[in-house]
Design a protein around this ligand. Structure first.
Ligand code: DAU
Length: 349
């Protein structure tokens, strides 16, 4: 096994990042290793459909990085990754797509709830000094007006959101009962390079680049807040380093948009036409109309999202345009079966 810098160089901290081959996790690892911190990273990733070695290929030979294929639900895998000990666990590993949770919820309960439980137990056994649980604004459920605060009741409404809420509550219970130094971040919808093309923005961009229709659920007036993935990764790092143990922090850059506003802009950026490409299709069951969160607590700690939304979106479309091989490999593989199941009937004339 490749030696890690922490073993050779005293003073280095050692962090276990789970799900680091996924979308936000891979950006987080790149940020940590690129910033010249005295930190080495062990990345434990099960390489399920959304975990992709190509997402972090540029870091694979970094002296402070080691990858281990393994599942957070498996205590032996987690112990192997922790080895002689880690200073922090940052849990990005999750089943994260709402539509898949509607088709097959069990995997969400297993990974998101039981997987987090296994990690919390490991944190207890190994006396880890920071445990950061990456969560989501979806745990608050539909927000009719105003912005959800960290102290608001949780009211998740999809199997995915309920699984993440279960994990949050477990993590907080471990903080309260065992004194585990838990931190939770609840982020909004995130976009940027390397996002698996099942989510709204990468699905629509890649469909448009392929000259295919884009399926808008229901009337398209649902509202989401959008944050660039680099801002999300920085937010998690900021909270890890400066957050108060036992606390929850919302992460939002604002940028509230309806799905139709996003769709129109993407159609424009891809040089397609609304008439030819936009299709209103059967809605997602239990679809939350609006998410909106108040991130002033994280901002009081000094976190500031930097990426301006219009620029971030344009750059993201450009990234997909210039990284066609990355997304074509995905779309030509097992994704096709999922796409057929999810959209064939919806898009049928
Ligand atoms: O809010 C944070 C959450 O954002 C994360 O925790 C989740 O992991 C992430 O998947 C995302 O959840 P959403 O359900 O909001 O994301 P998604 O990209 O699936 O959908 C965004 C909106 O676009 C939602 O209102 C549903 C709509 N949509 C989505 C797809 C895939 C469509 O209209 N058509 C589609 O084909």
């Amino acid at each position: 096994m490749k030696p890690l810098k922490s073993i050779v160089e005293p003073g280095y901290k050692r962090w276990l990042v789970t799900g680091g081959l996924g979308f936000i996790g891979s950006h987080f690892i790149r940020l940590v290793l690129g910033a010249g911190r005295a930190v080495s990273v062990v990345n434990l990733d099960a390489m399920t459909y959304a975990g992709n070695g190509a997402n972090l290929a540029d870091m694979s030979n970094h002296p402070s990085y080691r990858f281990l294929r393994g599942n957070i639900c498996d205590e032996a895998d987690v112990d192997r990754a922790i080895g002689d000990g880690v200073d922090a666990i940052i849990n990005f590993a999750a089943e994260s797509h709402v539509d898949r949770s509607i088709i097959a919820p069990s995997e969400f309960l297993r990974t998101d709830i039981m997987g987090t439980h296994v990690l919390l137990e490991a944190a207890r056994r190994h006396k880890v000094s920071r445990f950061l649980q990456v969560s989501t604004d979806e745990v608050y459920g539909h927000i009719a007006s105003g912005h959800a605060k960290e102290t608001d009741c949780l009211a998740p409404r999809s199997p995915y959101a309920a699984s993440k809420a279960g994990a949050d509550l477990q993590a907080l219970a471990y903080a309260n009962t065992y004194g585990i130094p838990v931190l939770i971040t609840r982020g909004t919808n995130t976009y940027g390079p390397y996002q698996y093309p099942e989510k709204l923005i990468p699905l629509f961009v890649t469909n448009l680049l392929e000259d295919k229709p884009v399926p808008v659920y229901g009337d398209g007036d649902q509202v989401r807040e959008w944050m660039h993935v680099e801002d999300h990764a920085e937010g998690v790092l900021h909270i890890l380093e400066r957050g108060v143990a036992g606390h929850v922090y919302n992460l939002s850059a604002g940028n509230a948009r309806t799905n139709l506003e996003i769709t129109r802009r993407l159609v424009q950026l891809c040089g397609r036409s609304l008439e030819a490409h936009v299709r209103y299709v059967q809605d997602r069951p239990g679809h939350d109309r609006r998410y909106a969160i108040d991130a002033s607590k994280a901002r009081r700690l000094g976190w500031r999202p930097k990426v301006e939304f219009a620029q971030g979106l344009t750059a993201t479309v450009d990234w997909f345009r210039t990284h066609e091989r990355w997304w074509r490999e995905i779309k030509n593989g097992a994704f096709q079966k999922y796409y057929r199941e999810q959209y064939e009937q919806r898009l049928a004339p």
